[in-house]
Design a protein around this ligand. Structure first.
Ligand code: AMP
Length: 215
């Protein structure tokens, strides 16, 4: 099964991606994580993406599409499919992806849309903390670690993403409304979108996702 998970920043894509990929044994590809790793390692791709991601702007389509194409070309372990998290985010990316995967077994089967009202997202984003070592995600307001700012799983100090501030969030939400909502509408026309009410408790959201994907 090949899945896109889509939703505004803070809608829970990262948290539930890690559960979905384990439950269904999928390759997990997060374009945001790939950009962050490249920026941290100061690679040529990281240097191209840095100014955009720090401001909350989308990285240009040519750069992003090439990165995804390279990733797919080097995907040797196909598992039961993939879970693409954070891509496509524009109609051009959606169309480029269709071209890239035409005639292969990599076409998308289902789009999971994580629906959360915009006013809830600010608290989620400004409270978000992540562990750079194991990838665990916390929220200091709703799901704090047992010891302040320390990862429960591996004991590392937690970090806050550079773009998780109110100023950049505003730009990211604008980008989402302008560029990404039309992508969901595009897949809705194809009849492959599963909407999840992601403004609930973690267990309820997880049950809805499992049900949507098992059907
Ligand atoms: P995320 O971790 O998904 O919130 O992505 C963090 C940042 O990476 C975004 O704000 C963009 O700057 C960049 N990014 C991630 N995925 C894409 C994409 N599909 N297209 C353009 N930029 C992206």
């Amino acid at each position: 099964m090949n899945i896109f998970i889509m939703g505004a920043p803070g809608s829970g894509k990262g948290t539930f991606s890690s559960r979905i990929k384990d439950e269904f044994n999928l390759n997990h590809i997060s374009t945001g994580d790939i950009f962050r790793a490249n920026i941290a390692n100061d690679t040529p791709l990281g240097q191209q993406a840095k100014a955009y991601t720090e401001k909350g702007l989308l990285v240009p389509d040519e750069i992003t599409n090439k990165m995804v194409a390279d990733y797919l070309a080097n995907l040797t372990d196909k598992k039961n499919g993939y879970l693409l998290d954070g891509y496509p985010r524009t109609l051009d990316q959606a169309k480029a992806f269709e071209q890239m995967t035409k005639g292969t077994d990599l076409a998308v089967d289902v789009v999971v849309a994580m629906d959360v009202p915009f006013d809830v997202l600010t608290k989620r984003i400004t409270g978000r903390r992540t562990c750079k070592k194991c990838g665990a995600i916390y929220n200091i307001y709703t799901t704090p670690p047992q010891t302040e700012e320390i990862c429960d799983v591996c004991g590392e100090p937690l970090s806050q993403r550079k773009d998780d501030n109110e100023e950049s969030l505003k730009v990211r939400l604008d980008e989402y409304a302008k560029n990404t909502e039309p992508v969901i509408a595009y897949y809705e026309e194809k009849g492959i979108v599963k909407h999840i009410n992601a403004d609930r408790g973690i267990d309820e959201i997880w049950s809805s996702i499992q049900e949507a994907l098992k059907n």
